[in-house]
Design a protein around this ligand. Structure first.
Ligand SMILES: Cc1ncc(C[n+]2csc(CCOP(=O)(O)OP(=O)(O)O)c2C)c(N)n1
Ligand code: SF4
Length: 256
């Protein structure tokens, strides 16, 4: 959607929760982070929670979102966004805390935090960008790198005999979280559905239920070294075939 500004120049309509002064954003052309953050921005607007939000971003390309929103934001050490937002939420239960990270941040260096926050059912919302590699550091293998996928550190393709199979985060969180959890996997190839999942994840926190976790299948054309067609094919076919899109856990309706 576009709207006319005072100078009669067509401008893209941005979510009200975005910080217009910091746009255009800093992600590479074709990067999926911007699509995920647009879904998040629209979800924040539609739920009217801008004034209560605390947004946490990790090290990795998610840190480029440190000035993305017009909301209170904290940028943490690599993998530590989950415990930082957990602490803020415990100290001030009225906030809506969102921890945003990459697959390296969530499933490698921060995996213990994700696992234990899920086991404890922390009442926060975690949004994780799965782009099958370590984007910011130049495209090394991540826990989510697909079998046979070439990266900087797997030049002959990921060998599952040596490196194991990719981590399926939502499946793990869904398996260990207590009642009240909302868990889903969306994709930038279907932003309408992805926004719906993110909105439900935020609503779950508003309702005071358990942990909310949304993994987002995303693109990193810079490190994948793909053109636009190859990028979309990889997201829509290769990634979606291995990582099934959909809801894995929804909270039981409360009695009464
Ligand atoms: C403690 C620590 N270890 C390693 C690094 C180096 N480092 C910075 S970003 C990054 C990987 C980021 O990948 P990911 O979390 O998947 O996010 P992406 O950039 O792909 O969005 C690493 C290993 C660091 N900054 N701090
Ligand atoms: S390196 Fe990859 S993840 Fe990082 S901004 Fe560029 S395209 Fe996005």
């Amino acid at each position: 959607m576009q709207e006319l500004k005072e100078n009669n120049v067509l401008q893209p309509a941005m979510p009200a929760s975005w910080n217009e002064d910091t746009k255009a954003h800093k992600f590479c052309p074709g990067c999926g982070h911007g699509i995920i953050l647009k879904c998040l921005g629209e979800a924040i607007d539609e739920l009217g929670i801008k004034g209560k939000m605390v947004f946490g971003c990790d090290i990795g390309c998610s840190l480029l979102a440190w000035d993305f929103f017009n909301v209170d934001t904290v940028q943490t050490h690599h993998g530590r966004t989950t415990p930082v937002i957990t602490g803020m939420k415990r100290a001030n239960p009225d906030i809506i805390g969102v921890a945003y990270m990459g697959d390296g941040g969530g499933y490698a260096i921060g995996s213990q935090h994700l696992f234990n926050a899920a086991v404890r059912g922390e009442k926060i919302t975690i949004i994780l960008c799965n782009n099958c590699n370590y984007g910011m550091t130049g495209g090394q293998m991540a826990p989510t790198t697909l079998p046979g996928m070439k990266t900087e550190t797997t030049p002959y393709g990921r060998d599952v005999e040596q490196a194991g199979y990719p981590t399926k985060g939502p499946e793990m969180v869904a398996a260990v979280a207590p009642e009240g959890a909302y868990v889903a996997r969306g994709t930038i190839a279907n932003p309408r559905q992805l926004k719906g999942f993110i909105k439900k994840a935020l609503q779950n926190q508003i309702d005071g239920n358990g942990i909310s976790f949304v993994e987002c299948l995303s693109s990193c054309p810079t490190n994948w070294r793909t053109n636009a067609k190859q990028t979309w094919e990889f997201v829509e076919k290769d990634m979606a075939q291995f990582f099934k899109v959909g809801e894995l856990r929804t909270p039981q309706p409360k009695e009464g």
